[in-house]
Design a protein around this ligand. Structure first.
Ligand code: ADP
Length: 210
């Protein structure tokens, strides 16, 4: 983690040193400030992710266990997306009830959608589907992106692992959230063709009791 934060700090420091030493023009100063701003945002994001994963691990961010309609949640998250509408498709079976934490499940889905675009091809697509299989709710996020080589597929779940450098920890959080809900997350990926992340969660049983 400290290593992660070192990069933006180093960039900010050298930008400042350069500006101090060479008396940049107002135009250059503006660019330097914008760059410092971006790096500071990156640090904020890293710190927030670190804090939330720590809180989850320590149980100080208590997960809610309310009965919720995953279909409504997924539809809501999809509706909030700013990605082009023709590149993101959501297909949701209505009324899929599970027990869990809205905020965390929304974060999980957001993370998978963001990854689908981040590791997609230019003009690539992401498909979100929600359905049921037996006593499980199944949420899938599929993309037609770069895919993940077989030998990397285990590693991506580790904190701060990235096939490319400059890392975050989205998938470690995704896995943690799945586990916290008694669920399972699996990956099916073909390099060059795309990836499918699938979350299975136990359906809320009380609602089916006769
Ligand atoms: P980050 O995206 O911030 O690096 P993640 O934990 O979300 O962190 O993902 C870990 C790594 O797994 C990514 O760096 C990337 O190499 C790989 N990855 C995740 N999602 C996908 C995807 N949909 N397609 C291809 N590679 C992916």
């Amino acid at each position: 983690a400290s290593h992660e934060l070192r990069t933006p700090v180093a960039v900010i420091k050298s930008a400042c040193e350069y500006a101090e030493k060479y008396g940049e023009t107002p135009q250059e100063q503006q660019e330097t400030l914008a760059m410092i701003h971006r790096q500071a945002d990156r640090m904020t994001q890293l710190i927030q992710q670190l804090l939330s994963i720590t809180r989850l691990e320590q149980g100080t961010e208590p997960a809610q266990r309310e009965a919720l309609d995953l279909a409504a949640l997924v539809t809501g998250v999809c509706a909030d997306q700013l990605y082009p509408k023709d590149r993101l498709a959501c297909q949701v079976q209505p009324g899929v009830w599970v027990r869990g934490d809205r905020g965390l499940l929304a974060r999980l889905l957001q993370n998978l959608i963001d990854n689908g675009f981040a590791y997609g091809k230019p003009q690539g697509h992401v498909w979100v589907t929600l359905g049921t299989e037996g006593d499980q709710a199944v949420l899938q996020v599929r993309d037609d992106g770069i895919g993940i080589p077989q030998d990397q597929q285990e590693k991506i779940w580790q904190r701060f692992y990235q096939v490319d450098p400059a890392r975050r920890e989205g998938l470690a959080m995704v896995k943690k959230i799945a586990q916290l809900h008694g669920g399972r997350i699996t990956l099916d990926s073909t390099p060059g063709q795309g990836s499918t992340f699938a979350l299975s969660l136990p359906l809320e049983k009380e609602l089916f009791a006769p």
